[in-house]
Design a protein around this ligand. Structure first.
Ligand code: FAD
Ligand code: NAD
Length: 476
């Protein structure tokens, strides 16, 4: 076989693609992974995709920096800690974020080396019979072939026709992760995950943040009780969240962004210094599919796949943000592992019912499985147990008492159907629900498991007891 033939070529080195490449290499395949991302300031191949370069990791780095600052300016006084004149040096904060990103870019490169995955830089196009051409950063084109190809090309932000990204005043996630100073007034279109997370970052650092959300309900995908608590807490923090706000026009004038919208009260307008547009993402397939490759797109522009991520074209698979399902890094990775294992003849599978969601705000929001409303809509009889963090000793000791845990269980079998949380460290606690659901556990199972005292996980234990109306530390 030629040097340019691989058992598997993965297009895209995000959490879907790079994980698939490593798993396939572990299974003995000769693997190449192609990616077109250049590192900030280096111009060299930066492995890790959206998640590592301009998504999950840099946003969490800034969330952590801004949380430290917010604690210093707003929370420490209650502990008797004071500091004179605290300041934020945005350049240092951004440099710390960039260093974390480049550290992990190098980490993925090292993992490729250790697993003998060939990293190829450039933009790849899939042709008939699994031929892949790559135009590298120097403009040189090389052709490769593979027995299998995984398309893991990810997603890009949706642009509103009247609010084109200019990278300066009207920005997407990339811009909002790289402001060189705290904007005095930040506008955000879309109160989804990115709007809330990045809105929180700049609010905690001192920006006036107004979030315009088109839907009348806040976080419509979350459990209604959890969304209500979260909205109350965000409003307390000073995030100005306007629901049912339909933006009609955006205009940049003299370094200011003028935003017009309509809501239940009529025509409204705000003026901000920066505008983040975070109204969802779409699959990225530009230049990926040659006409003869046979891979089809759905009406929404996603790569069409079956439940096993197969495109219908022999040996061609697609995973992650470019296909149906939630746009989450861990979903992309799980699909990558499942497809690599299927190619190797093993039974790979991803259960969409047990994929956790986390929003890394303060308080954090997390869930897995169905909400009570979804159960109702699907005619599934259910009962729910809740427990507030305000009654948890550890949460009170931490001074982080907002929020609760809610467990939804089948009314007849008691099987756990969902867990919904808002509060401190719930990004970690949600996995108790994921694990229980993966093992087909019941609320009774969780209720009978001994949880250490004093921990936040006692809220999960008590919520499980509350399903059967026998929580100990609240009136049932
Ligand atoms: P991507 O990570 O998008 O990677 C695709 C890669 O393919 C890119 O590097 C792209 O350059 C490359 N590529 C595309 N086409 C070609 C081509 N033709 N040739 C060569 N290379 C190509 N998810 C979470 O689970 N948790 C979070 O906390 C979280 N935070 C986020 C914060 C932000 C601000 C954003 C924007 C997203 C966040 N996400 C988060 C979502 C997460 O980033 C995505 O779900 C995830 O990156 C999808 O992985 P992927 O491998 O499918 O695609
Ligand atoms: P999103 O789908 O989470 O939220 C978009 C919001 O914008 C929705 O509430 C929608 O109703 C609203 N909207 C849409 N059009 C609008 C308009 N014209 N005017 C006002 N509001 C409008 O999308 P996102 O925040 O851009 O994030 C994209 C995806 O990235 C997420 O769905 C998620 O999959 C992923 N992500 C995940 C995390 C995480 O896991 N913590 C963090 C960031 C991003």
């Amino acid at each position: 076989m030629s040097e340019n033939h691989f058992d598997l070529i993965v297009i895209g080195a995000g959490p879907g693609g790079y994980v698939a490449a490593i798993r396939a290499a572990q299974l003995g395949m000769k693997v190449a992974c192609v990616d077109a991302t250049r590192g900030k300031g280096t111009g060299k191949l930066a492995l890790g995709g959206t998640c590592l370069n301009v998504g999950c990791i840099p946003s969490k780095a800034l969330l952590d920096s801004s949380r430290q600052f917010h604690n210093l300016t707003h929370m420490f006084a209650a502990h008797g800690i004071s500091a004179d004149n605290p300041k934020i040096d945005v350049a240092t904060m951004i440099a710390r974020k960039d260093k974390i990103v480049s550290q992990f870019n190098g980490g993925v490169a090292q993992l490729f080396k250790a697993n003998k995955v060939t990293a190829i830089h450039g933009h790849a196009t899939l042709h008939k019979d699994r031929k892949v051409t790559v135009k590298d950063f120097d403009g040189k084109q090389t052709a490769y072939t593979a027995t299998n190809v995984i398309l893991a090309s990810g997603s890009v932000p949706i642009e509103l026709p009247f609010a084109k990204f200019d990278g300066k005043h009207v920005v997407d996630n990339v811009g909002a992760l790289d402001f060189d100073a705290v904007p005095r007034r930040l506008g955000v279109i879309g109160a989804g995950v990115i709007g809330l997370e990045l809105g929180s970052v700049w609010k905690r650092l001192g920006a006036e943040v107004t979030i315009l959300e088109a839907l009348p309900d806040f976080l419509a995908a979350a459990d209604a009780d959890i969304a209500k608590i979260a909205l109350r807490e965000f409003k307390k923090q000073g995030l100005d969240i306007q629901l049912g706000a339909k933006v009609t026009a955006v205009e940049v004038r003299k370094k200011e962004v003028h935003v017009r919208y309509t809501d239940a009260k009529g025509e409204q307008a705000i003026v901000v210094d920066k505008l983040l547009v975070s109204v969802g993402r779409r699959a990225y397939t530009e230049g990926l599919l040659a006409e003869d490759c046979g891979v089809r797109l759905t009406e929404r522009g996603m790569i069409e796949v079956d439940e096993h991520c197969h495109t219908g074209v022999d040996g061609v698979w697609a995973i992650g943000d470019c296909v149906r399902g939630p746009m989450l890094a861990h979903k992309a990775s799980e699909e990558g592992i499942a497809v690599a294992e299927r190619i190797a003849g093993l039974p790979g599978h991803v259960d969409f019912n047990t994929i956790p969601w986390v929003i890394y705000t303060e308080p954090e929001i997390a869930w897995v499985g169905r909400t009570e409303k979804q159960c109702k809509d699907e005619g599934i009889p259910c009962r729910a147990g809740t427990f507030p963090f305000a009654a948890i000793g550890r949460a009170v000791a931490m001074n982080e008492t907002a929020g609760m845990v809610k467990i939804v269980a089948h009314a007849e079998t008691d099987r756990i159907l969902g867990m919904h949380l808002c509060g401190p460290n719930v990004s970690e606690l949600v996995h108790e629900g994921v694990l229980a659901m993966e093992f087909r556990g019941s609320a009774e199972d969780l209720a009978r498991i001994c949880h250490a005292h004093p921990t936040l996980s006692e809220a999960v234990h008590e919520a499980a007891l509350a399903v059967d109306k026998r929580a100990i530390h609240k009136a049932n």
